[in-house]
Write a protein that binds this ligand. Structure first.
Ligand SMILES: [Zn+2]
Length: 238
């Protein structure tokens, strides 16, 4: 089976940008205490994606809103994996990565200031406006103008399956909807609204539209709990 590289990404980003969302061929779980990618994970990147593992930057995702700025001198794989939920860079060849199993991966590219960002947006990080924070960091660090940014949402849990308690309506007003007898959160909508409020144009936001819970062939924490593996989203530019 080939890794998922939805046409979506090819439609959105120019050929100098590569974006991937791995399928369930490889599990990209980052165990506690792991010093980075495991041997099988590196093999998959090399063989299936022709990606050089030492170029892949890893972070320990903590559902916060800290954004890492990756520079040419940063070391991608070591025993001190930084805690954060988004990465940005303007260095060609650096590969940003995010792990998800229902949370929303958001890919960002500014073709004018030539910088990229990759975001892990679950409900907690979204409540802390991680995607807005990432756009701010792109602007502050690389003089990116939000109206130039192209954004893509990978597969995630969606409104069809994301049952939440009524209290979520207070955190996400207008983004929680009644479905039969339950309330459901629309996580992509939350992030779309944050991007719009940050100045990203509606026509520059693209969605995969795929739900990791009710579509076959995805890891889903909601569906499989502790047994769920992790997808790896990757983004790089030349
Ligand atoms: Zn669903």
């Amino acid at each position: 089976m080939l890794p998922v590289n939805p046409d979506l990404f090819k439609k959105i980003f120019p050929t100098n940008v590569s974006a991937f969302f791995s399928d369930t061929t490889a599990d990209f779980t980052l165990p506690l205490g792991a010093a980075g990618l495991s041997g099988p994970q590196k093999d998959f990147l090399r063989n299936a994606l022709s990606i050089n593992p030492p170029k892949v930057y890893t972070m320990r995702q903590v559902h916060g809103n800290r954004v890492l700025v990756i520079g040419a001198k940063d070391i991608p794989q070591n025993s001190n994996i930084p805690e954060a939920d988004a990465m940005v860079t303007n260095v060609p060849g650096i590969v940003l990565s995010v792990r998800t199993a229902d949370c929303l991966p958001v890919f960002l590219y500014d073709p004018h200031s030539k910088c990229i960002g990759l975001v892990h947006a679950g409900w907690k990080g979204s409540a802390l406006k991680i995607v807005s924070e990432t756009v701010k960091v792109l602007s502050r660090t690389f003089e990116s103008d939000p109206k130039d940014i192209l954004a893509a949402f990978g597969p995630s849990i969606r409104e069809c399956c994301y049952e939440v308690g009524e209290e979520f309506a207070k955190t996400f007003p207008g983004e929680v909807f009644q479905r039969k007898n339950t309330m459901c959160l629309n996580l992509p909508l939350v992030n779309r609204n944050q991007l719009l409020n940050s100045g990203v144009k509606d026509e520059n936001i693209f969605e995969s539209g795929e739900c990791t819970v009710c579509t076959k062939g995805f890891y889903s924490f909601r569906r499989d709990q502790e047994k769920a593996g992790r997808h790896l989203s990757l983004m790089t530019m030349v």
